[in-house]
Design a protein around this ligand. Sequence first.
Ligand SMILES: CC(C)(COP(=O)(O)OP(=O)(O)OC[C@H]1O[C@@H](n2cnc3c(N)ncnc32)[C@H](O)[C@@H]1OP(=O)(O)O)[C@@H](O)C(=O)NCCC(=O)NCCS
Length: 345
Amino acid sequence: MTVDTYATRIQLTCAELSMDSHCVGESDGLTFCLARPEDYDDVMAISQDIYGGNDYLPHRYHSWITEPGRVVIIARRDRKLVALESGLLVDGGETVIVEGLRVCPNERGCGLAGVIQRFVDGYIKRVYPNAKTKRLTRGDDPGPEKLSKFTLLARRAILSLWGDSEGFDSFVSGLKEKLLVSDESNSSSPLVPVKDLDALKTLLLDSDLSSRLQLPGGAIIQDWQPLKLMESNLHILARRNLTWFVDGSGGKPLFMSFHTPPYPIPFNGGSLRFNIDLYGTDTSLAKKALTAHLNSVRSEIQGLVLVHIYMHQTLWEDLKQFCEGHETVKQFRDYWEQLFLEREP
Ligand SMILES: CC(C)(COP(=O)(O)OP(=O)(O)OC[C@H]1O[C@@H](n2cnc3c(N)ncnc32)[C@H](O)[C@@H]1OP(=O)(O)O)[C@@H](O)C(=O)NCCC(=O)NCCS
């Protein structure tokens, strides 16, 4: 053996050893490992066209693999990465939110999603024995047979818009004018920002907030992550750099909303995704909140932006009409829903 070959062999052995140290199990001809930074390209290779270009994982991957309370598990067959799923421990450790599920295109339809989900469920049981509930959200409705395996906690309506940065600016100005003309800016209470953790705590831990705002399944869903109104979840929310508004009618607000900072997605070769979550059923306040969120990111929007607004189903038609009539920012897709599901892991 030459010195070069020997050196290469040692490197390979080290690589194999380091891979093994991240591996957490094997089954069905697959090796399951905790995802590492160097798996990024392999994960992206199985993620082409996911969610029609709206995939968050290219942007979130590196923060996911270091996030406290989160596991990201990849499955390899003969070293080829074939699937990924992640679980985030929330609600003081009693719930795991599963996210990010994906299978490589040429292995779809053969039950692989079921295999990795079962593995992740088992792994979470071992590592976090207190997690008694599994929660997830999804944007497609798999029909009654598949849904019967879950408790359907809520359905939220989604309004999706798209436009470019120039159009976005005039769109927001247009919405502001509409509010003024309709006198809706005066007819309901003003919106106020919620800036610090103490104010957020007072707001979210109010025992009748859930019924007042008709929260989905008694939770808030932050950019597809359902969280119960519990103090331990405040730390998770604080990490997300959210912008909050609440109606300023006094101690018992009837409306609350937040947005996640716009983030890059693969759509159309590179776009921004902007998610706004609205809670409450008052149309006037919903229009004001939507306008306030869009206005507050005006200077951050570059290039093409896809805006997804999640809300109580009764608001969708009014908000759709409110956003109509602008050439520059248009509806991106028809009515669709976010399903909030629960089952035992
Ligand atoms: C959705 C996807 C992961 C399904 O993978 P698959 O291996 O082809 O899945 P199968 O049709 O063979 O179904 C296998 C199992 O996964 C489940 N499953 C399929 N799609 C699912 C989804 N979107 N969310 C949760 N479970 C899902 C099925 O119910 C089935 O469960 P069971 O074994 O308990 O009956 C795959 O098509 C994919 O990667 N799509 C692109 C990414 C995506 O849309 N992910 C959805 C995240 S919500």
